[in-house]
Each structure stands twice: as C-alpha cells, then as structure tokens.
Design a protein around this ligand. Structure first.
Ligand SMILES: N[C@@H](CCC(=O)N[C@@H](CS)C(=O)NCC(=O)O)C(=O)O
Length: 323
C-alpha cells in the first residue's frame, strides 16, 4: 500500500515495500511500541475514556483488538472507530465517528501525521491513539491485546486472564507456530510474486493447519483446557479463511470446513459471547478480493454458517482462566 515518507503520503501498489526481488513478502515490523500501564505516573496511564483505537473489521490484526475489547469488557473504556471495508490509494478512510482533531472523512495517515509531522512508514490498523496527548501509543496488535488483557482491570473489575503465567510457555509456543505458518503465512502466499515463494508459503499454511487439527482432535483449546491468547490469535485468521484466503490468497488445498476438529473449534470461538458481532464476513470477503482482483469483483460463495453446533463439549475444557 501507499505510505508516509517524511510526513507526505505517497501512492504505491499493495505491499510494494514488502515484496522483495525474490518475490517473497516480508512484513515490516510495527514501529510504535509504547505501553498503557495501570500506574498514574506512567507515560500512558490506564484511564477510562482516554484512548481510542482505529480498526477495520476486515483486518485480522485489528480483529484481535476488537475481540479483546469485547472479551475484557472495554467497550465503554476504550473508544473505537472502524474504517473500510476496502482500502484505496488514500489508505484506510474513517467517515463515521469524529475524534478531535480529525474531521470526517479522514484517512488513517492523518493520525500518523498528527503524531509526527515527519512520520515515515505505513499507516496500519489497529492504531491505538491517546486523545489526551495526541500521540499514537502503539500500532502492533500483539502488544495491544496484551495491554487490554490486564491494564484496565482496576477500572473494569475484569478478572479474566488470557495470558496466565503458568500457561505462557505453551501459549508462546503456539504463537510461534501460528504467526509464521498461518497468520502471516496466508499473506506470504497471497502477496507472493513468484511461483516458488507462493508454493512454499501455501504448503506451510496447510502444514500448520494439519498440526492444529491433530492437536485439537484431543484438546479443547491450543493450550489445553483453558481458552487463551493463542486461540484468539488463531481465530482471526481461521474465521477469514474460507471466505477470503482460500480463494483470494490461493490457499486452496482444503477449507477450514474440511477439518472436523478445526471447524468445530472455529465455531466454538465464533459463538463465544460478543464475538460474532466483531466478525463481518461480507466485508472481509470484499476487502481480500479488492486487494487481489483488478476489478474488485468478489465471488458469490462460499456459504458459511458458523452458528451451527460446534460439538466440542465432549473435550475437557474450562473456558477463560479467572472467571
Ligand atoms: N503487525 C501489525 C500488522 C497490521 C497490518 O498490517 N494491518 C493491515 C490491514 S490487515 C494494514 O493496515 N495495512 C495497510 C498498509 O499496509 O498500508 C499488527 O499486527 O498490528
């Protein structure tokens, strides 16, 4: 996509900066990594109503954040606005909520210019914005969900913990498998600019799905009996798979629906209270085909119904720790 160079927005084709001469897609790391802390003296202290998150319903990284916002009961604590569903040469556009000093419609890059008039880099969702100082706190979803997991607990009274200390090695182990193999793997397949880069990435996606299927046949969740961060990070890619990545990103050896354990697991997570409201399958489909189809034509199928019984109750499971 296009990006800011010394504060000026310049047009370029999708993922142009991230596709190498060898045809491989390499994601650029998110650069803004400050932290909200439950400490009044912190640079960014946890406060109700102070922070805002810019998202798109279509984006799997932003959807980690929309899911956590619901799971941790932060809807009235952290405000949110959603762009899209498609992205054009102005990047993500926001045209619903007015968040001063921005007047709608405004592109996401305005938020980055406000943060730093000489900013160089992409303008990505999710972006966590501090309304008080006019600064971006963080634009990396992996960090934002860690903050949402605990930083606001004193304000909300939340006791749930999706990253419990004793399960961290197992959660981290799954994150290290799922991020390269699945979350980012589908992008490496979809944005590949050579046959060999595509094939390597797409085969890696299915090796990862096969490993998850084998594990989930006998385990309710990735880390065992408890639903954790690793599951939500897997979820946002799984729920996009059959409508988006299978066709638009050519990850088409199998669908999630073809995997008995994975499809039941996906439905259980989708049916978790509040989550279905964060999943907009038609918007997701439009976004991925707009990225990959010259004429922005998106297909009529597949028909996906995630509301049918998941059948996972037979496996030992206790939900989220701390409830
Ligand atoms: N590592 C980032 C990735 C965020 C990201 O790449 N978001 C995409 C949407 S799915 C985006 O905003 N892309 C705009 C662009 O690349 O210019 C995260 O997890 O937060």
């Amino acid at each position: 996509m296009s990006q800011l160079y010394d504060g000026v927005w310049r047009d370029s084709p999708p993922a142009a900066e991230e596709i190498g001469k060898d045809g491989q897609f390499r994601r650029i790391d998110s650069p803004l990594r400050d932290w909200i802390e439950p400490d009044p003296d912190a640079k960014f202290p946890a406060e109700a109503g102070r922070y805002h998150v810019f998202v798109s319903w279509t984006c799997p990284w932003a959807s980690r954040v929309t899911a956590y916002r619901v799971l941790m009961g932060l809807q009235d604590v952290v405000s949110m606005s959603a762009a899209g569903p498609t992205i054009d040469n102005q990047g993500w556009m926001f045209d619903h909520e007015t968040i001063p000093p921005f007047t709608i419609p405004h592109p996401l890059y305005r938020v980055y210019q406000e943060h730093d008039a000489h900013y160089t880099g992409k303008a990505t969702v999710p972006t966590l914005w501090d309304k008080k100082t006019g600064q971006i706190v963080n634009n990396e979803s992996a960090d934002i969900i860690r903050m949402f997991n605990g930083a606001f607990d004193e304000i909300t009274g939340n006791t749930l913990d999706l990253y419990p200390e004793d399960l961290r090695p197992e959660i981290d182990r799954w994150n290290d498998v799922i991020y390269p193999g699945l979350n980012n793997g589908v992008y490496r397949a979809g944005f590949a600019a050579s046959q060999s880069a595509y094939e390597r990435a797409a085969h890696g996606v299915f090796e990862t799905l096969d490993a998850m299927e084998a594990h989930l046949a006998t385990n309710r969740y990735l880390a065992g009996e408890w639903l954790t961060e690793a599951d939500w990070r897997a979820f946002t890619t799984l729920v996009r798979f059959d409508v988006g990545y299978h066709g638009a990103f050519k990850c088409n050896l199998r669908r999630i629906d073809d995997y008995p354990a994975l499809s039941g697991y996906l439905r259980e997570l989708y049916q978790w209270p509040g989550i279905a409201g964060t999943v907009k399958l038609e918007e997701i489909k439009r976004n991925y085909y707009a990225l990959t189809d010259r004429h922005h034509i998106y297909p009529i199928g597949p028909k996906v119904d995630l509301s049918t019984t998941h059948g996972r109750e037979g496996l030992k499971g206790s939900g989220i720790r701390g409830g």
